[in-house]
Design a protein around this ligand. Structure first.
Ligand SMILES: [Zn+2]
Length: 65
């Protein structure tokens, strides 16, 4: 009975064995994990910047009432 599960690395789509030794799962390597993390952080920064702008607008409206 085989208990080894294989997943695809989200960055490079390579097959990755889902084992205890595979510390970067679901990624195949630290490099792929960092690539994916970097994209995530960039996306989050962009969203945070947009919400910061709309908060400034609300503050101005309250201030001038
Ligand atoms: Zn990979």
């Amino acid at each position: 009975m085989s208990s080894s599960l294989v997943v695809k690395c989200p960055s490079c789509k390579r097959a990755v064995s889902w084992t205890a030794e595979q510390q970067f799962k679901p990624f195949c390597s630290e490099r792929c994990r960092l690539i994916d993390l970097g994209e995530w952080v960039m996306e989050e920064k962009r969203i945070a910047g947009e919400s910061l702008l709309s908060e400034d607008d609300n503050d101005d409206n309250v201030f001038f009432q």
